[in-house]
Design a protein around this ligand. Structure first.
Ligand SMILES: [Zn+2]
Length: 162
């Protein structure tokens, strides 16, 4: 009889830890985003759900959405991936990564019961620097990011007339 803690045991242990790490990281990231949204609008119970590629089949192309009256923010898989990338290098963020910050802020405005898209977007522009700071980005970079978001986003937004 071999030891109870043989190579097979350690192999299975390693496999189960590896299988647990990704979902735990995913959940921790959702908690982190929810905490940012809560602090941004001084709200207690916001949920953030990052969609999987499978969920993504049903989201009709939105970067994020909030059902009217709910405190649950659903973010597209690309939005969450871009947010992760953004947090790896906020000073060198590309327009997609910057836009993901705006999406989180914009959806948080819907939780704050601003349902008019133009007002939600405008309110988000005024708070993107705070979202970035709450995500842990240094103030100077957060402020520059917010200005860049406005520069990239406002001329292209479908929410505004010429
Ligand atoms: Zn919206």
């Amino acid at each position: 009889m071999g030891s109870r803690f043989d190579a097979y045991f350690f192999f299975m242990l390693l496999l189960s830890v590896a299988a647990a790490v990704l979902p735990v990281r995913h959940i921790m990231f959702e908690y982190r985003l929810a905490d940012v949204a809560e602090r941004l609008i001084d709200h207690d119970n916001i949920d953030v759900h990052c969609q999987s590629y499978f969920d993504n089949l049903y989201n009709l192309g939105w970067a994020g959405f909030v059902t009217r009256g709910s405190a649950k923010i659903t973010l597209d898989v690309r939005t969450c991936n871009d947010l992760r990338e953004y947090l790896d290098h906020p000073a060198q963020a590309n327009p997609y990564e910057l836009y993901s910050v705006h999406v989180l802020t914009h959806e948080t405005m819907h939780v704050a019961k601003i349902y008019n898209e133009i007002k939600a977007d405008c309110s988000a522009f005024q708070r993107n620097h705070r979202t970035a700071k709450l995500l842990g980005v240094p103030e100077g970079i957060a402020n520059t990011n917010a200005i860049m978001i406005h520069r990239y986003r406002s001329p292209r937004s479908s929410y505004y007339s010429a």
